[in-house]
Design a protein around this ligand. Structure first.
Ligand code: NAP
Length: 291
């Protein structure tokens, strides 16, 4: 089956496409063109966040793009995220969800994530962070039960953050943990823990982010991709899928968008092993100091 049609059954009972598009740093003025090309290419999942400031552009674009592609709202999977500035504030969280729903032009989101384990107004090492996370989760569980958030999850949580949450989650475990993950930052232990708990690990910055081409230019990545006759980007995306990890590549160039759905090939074991032995380096923000 083409990977673009594959989905994962989340703990919530909802199905999420394993492949979606990322929209971090996609300017509002580019959103229509990027979504048009992405839907045309077959993508059916969109990842955004309150802090990306493009939810409204996405909502506006979808008003005309859904009829253009003969799609209904339920044919799409939309993820958005709570800004760290709203962590721990139930009233602020309810307002933030309402604002995102209005901006996106929808009555529900498919997945709502706590973007970051820390609250932006207090230091990362403050012991208050864990209590604020707990308050946030309880509020999201309530909004989930009301049907506004079909699935709820977290982002940038490490094993300790997850263990605290699972121990005190009001019987609703996070469906997803969205984290940086690629051959330069494999997340082996986190993947193992999430798999044990049934939490789907979704990768961000699979291509090393918009600010860094070290991963796409890694000599081993280039050598393996040339041997398999695929682009380095396709290799990196397939590497994640073969580990059971969802992907949300961001691409603004048409050629990139079209490249990123061509994932119907297999990476052989020797090539996977080469990619699983690269030196490790983190490119995005690091939650390890968030208490
Ligand atoms: N939860 C979080 O904290 C968090 C953090 C970061 C990202 N995310 C999410 O994850 C998504 C993806 O991560 P990311 O934005 O960091 O970056 P990414 O997907 O790792 O990489 C994006 C970069 O790769 C380029 N690219 C895309 N397809 C390509 C291809 N086929 N060949 C060569 N280059 C290609 C893009 O170029 P062009 O744009 O020029 O096409 C862009 O420069 C984000 O957009 C966002 O939705 C979440």
């Amino acid at each position: 089956m083409n990977s673009i049609n594959q989905s994962v059954r989340l703990l919530s009972g909802c199905d999420m496409p394993l492949v979606g598009i990322g929209t971090y740093k996609v300017r509002s003025s580019d959103i229509f063109r990027v979504l048009d090309e992405s839907l045309n290419s077959g993508f059916r999942a969109i990842d955004t966040a309150a802090v990306y400031k493009n939810e409204e552009a996405i909502g506006t674009a979808l008003k005309s793009l859904l009829p253009k592609y003969n799609l209904k709202r339920e044919d799409l999977f939309i993820t958005t995220k709570l800004s760290p500035s709203d962590n721990g504030n139930p009233e602020g969280i309810r307002k933030a969800v309402e604002t995102s729903l209005n901006a996106l032009g929808t009555t529900y989101v498919d997945l709502y994530l706590i973007h970051w384990p820390g609250a932006s107004k207090i230091p990362e090492n403050s012991s208050d962070n864990s209590e604020l996370r707990s308050v946030t989760w309880k509020t999201l569980v309530d909004l989930h039960k009301q049907g506004l958030l079909k699935s709820i999850g977290v982002s940038n949580y490490n094993i300790i953050h997850l263990q605290q949450l699972v121990a005190n989650c009001d019987d609703v475990k996070p469906s997803v943990n969205q984290v940086e993950c690629h051959p330069h930052y494999r997340q082996d232990d986190l993947l193992k823990y999430c798999t044990q708990e049934g939490i789907h690990l979704q990768a961000y910055s699979s291509l090393g982010s918009s600010d860094n081409d070290a991963l796409l230019n890694d000599p081993v990545v280039r050598q393996v991709s040339s041997t398999l006759n695929v682009s380095p980007a396709r290799l990196l995306l397939k590497w994640a899928l073969q580990r059971g990890i969802g992907i949300i590549p961001k691409a603004t160039k048409t050629a990139h968008i079209r490249d990123n759905i061509k994932l119907g090939f297999t990476i052989d074991k020797d090539s996977m092993d080469l990619l699983l032995n690269l030196p490790q380096q983190k490119y995005a923000w690091d939650p390890s100091n968030v208490n």
